[in-house]
Design a protein around this ligand. Sequence first.
Ligand code: 1QQ
Length: 404
Amino acid sequence: MFKYRRLLQGAIAFLTAVLVIACNAPSPPTDNSGSGTLTEIPLGVAVAQTSNVALFGQEQILGTQIAETYFNENGGINGKSLKIILQDVAADEQGAINAFNTLINQDKVVGIVGPTLSQQAFAADPIANRAQVPVLGPSNTAEGIPQIGEFIGRVSAPVSVVAPNAVAQALRLNPELQRVAVFFAQNDAFSKSETETFQAAVQDLGLELVTVQRFQTTDTDFQAQVTAALNVQPDLVIISGLAADAGNLVKQLRELGYNGIIVGGNGLNTSNIFPVCQAKCDGVLVAQAYSAELDNAVNRAFRDAYFQQNQKEPPQFSAQAFTAIQVFVEALRSLDQKTPLETLALPDLRRQLRDEIFAGTYITPLGEISFTEEGEIVQKEFFVAQIEMDESGQQGRFAFIEAN
Ligand code: 1QQ
């Protein structure tokens, strides 16, 4: 009897193991098995749908959705359609790691647009790189992102080429500027990288750095730092942080009596800060990697579609997200013409797509772009905008004041 029970237990254990293996085994991708028909190409979008980081992520999702509709209505990928699969990266590194793992192993995407923050990219991109899945960062601007690995690129120009434009513009607005206070979020990779660029620009322009103040992206009260900075009487303040914290810092600087120019970094580059600093957002200078004015067919189409949906001009984060999708679409089309995608097994498709992406030149809403061998974007034009709030402090816009 005992013997039979042991046998039965053994059999159950064996069957359970078989079942577990069967359930966990990577199922062959329905369409991308290298044979048969391919009707939909799954492309991952890993941006923030929840948390404060969604202040950026919402704009990115709008850009990718407009791109999906636009490119599918204009031929798709040589007749096959593009299917965007969204995964939420939320606020932190773990959120991005989870989103990337799901997209790579479960959704079996051909590539990934994401994540939202550089802080997340440094954690999640190595996973995609090891899995040989091409990634385009839509908003990762810290130094060192493309260098994470050969499968990693970005369409978001680095802080080193974008941020100094805003400081130069501040100096044009007030040639008397001399004393600069710099604030940055010390727990965020982008903010740390951007402040280095800003501090170098201050030196290059012959200005004096009178104080460097640190904060956390989770902070809401900046009185200590603002008071310390005002004591050394700056006539320019430069902020590197993310939307909510940086917006509150702007507000408190004004409330505590600072009247000089404020330059905000890329983390202030969204109208989602308007409810945070309201009327006190007025006048902040922010460098831009996109201008709605850029005159080419794809930007006109993008701008019209965005305007119809939102009754305003598209912001930079939407334009960059659209561009990342466009690069994937055009690289997929071109690869498909050389080797029909349905003849490629998924790992080969991902590898060849990577090569195709970085070899191409693209006319996008950001203008003509291409990539260096490392996957860094090569982009020609940058801009500076100044926030204009109405009297009520409820409505505002980014008014472009310079093209260079
Ligand atoms: C980065 C950034 C942020 C402001 C993106 C939203 O530029 O993390 O690199």
